[in-house]
Design a protein around this ligand. Structure first.
Ligand code: MRU
Length: 343
């Protein structure tokens, strides 16, 4: 199922807030609709957000009436600022927008219509490249899995979070395709239940055995010897290998360390932010308190209670066994190995 598709001037985004009950696409014909879809998590997961932002920019650019290239670029930059403000943690959003703007600035054409086409072509390329990137990560990552593996994952780093087969779930799919006996434990992932709603749904469709657990069960599961390894995705990885991912990932990593279980992160190079040398510099999104005070639309906490709702946390590099990228697998020390992959 496509997480998004371009259809004759309209960006159709699969509304993941309705999954698994309903399959519905949001028709985006204007930039604010794309911004809203990203902010509300209708489209979510770092690579998918990047691709949606790229299409959003191409969409907005089509409506610009500019007399010359300078005016056009200034207007496109304004739209990029709007899209970039939707979610701060996943660096793929900024990466995709900067790639689009860079292309525009470098291009010699002064013809605005040509530049508009160029932006749309680049959005298609970003989307297509993500699929290939997922496949490469799968191939590199699956070799780390034993012939029989019970894998714990957190949040959804699957097809729904990308344009392809997923990062963490892409590795799991590749291991299964290589003939390995893989089963998955999916953390439900409070507060927005990406694990319960999306990861289990994807795995059931793929016929990969999956067991759902609430987030607070992972420690006992590990203590019982029921998990061989952990694989998660990432929203942003600092140059030193610190990993920002869905809130709760850090706790899973600490538990994995305690139980001597490998903790792998799968992410494309576009998720690595070489401008940031430590996880302390990663901006962490804080979301509406209603996501915590309510469960499936019902209030579960008293009115007026104080709430803290960070959407991501940072796992220090020392807890990460390896980072599976689309250019190969990096091991500590990450400042050196990630930089080497980036050359
Ligand atoms: O808030 P979300 O659902 O966008 O968070 C998604 C995650 O944390 C994923 O693990 C991450 O983006 C990697 S997706 C390949």
């Amino acid at each position: 199922m496509d997480t998004m598709r371009w259809n004759n001037g309209c960006l159709e985004i699969l509304d993941q807030t309705l999954l698994p009950e309903k399959i519905e696409y949001i028709n985006c014909r204007e930039v604010p609709t794309v911004c809203d879809a990203i902010y509300r998590l209708s489209v979510r997961g770092a690579p998918a957000i990047g691709a949606a932002a790229a299409y959003g920019l191409a969409l907005g650019a089509r409506e610009i009436e500019a007399a010359n290239k300078g005016q056009f670029i200034a207007a496109v930059e304004k739209i990029a600022t709007q899209l970039n403000a939707t979610r701060p943690t996943a660096v793929n959003l900024k990466w995709a927008l900067e790639r689009m703007l860079g292309l525009l600035r470098q291009n010699n054409s002064g013809d605005v219509a040509t530049l508009k086409e160029l932006l749309l072509d680049e959005a298609h390329t970003i989307y297509r490249e993500d699929l290939a990137s997922n496949r490469r990560m799968g191939a590199y990552g699956q070799s780390l899995l034993p012939q029989k593996a019970a894998v714990l994952t957190h949040c959804n780093a699957g097809a729904l979070a990308t344009a392809g087969v997923g990062t963490a779930l892409g590795v799991i799919r590749a291991a299964r395709d290589a003939g390995k006996d893989v089963s998955v434990f999916a953390d439900e992932t409070r507060p927005l239940l990406q694990g319960a709603r999306l990861t289990t749904w994807e795995m059931l469709q793929e016929k990969i055995p999956v067991t759902l657990l609430t987030d607070n069960m992972a420690g006992y599961l590990m203590a019982r010897g029921m998990v061989d390894l952990v694989i998660v995705g990432a929203d942003r990885i600092a140059g030193n290998g610190d990993v920002a991912n869905k809130i709760g990932t850090y706790g899973v990593a600490v538990l994995a360390k305690e139980h001597g279980i490998p903790f792998y992160v799968a992410a494309p190079m576009s998720t690595i932010d070489f401008n940031i040398s430590s996880g302390l510099d990663i901006p962490i999104e804080e979301r509406d308190e209603r996501e915590v005070t309510h469960f499936a639309g019902c209030r579960v906490a008293p009115e007026g209670v104080k709430v803290w709702n960070p959407a991501f946390d940072v796992t220090p590099a020392r807890l990460v066994t390896a980072i599976i990228t689309d250019r190969g697998v990096a091991y500590p020390p990450y400042s050196e190995t990630l930089a080497a992959l980036n050359k």
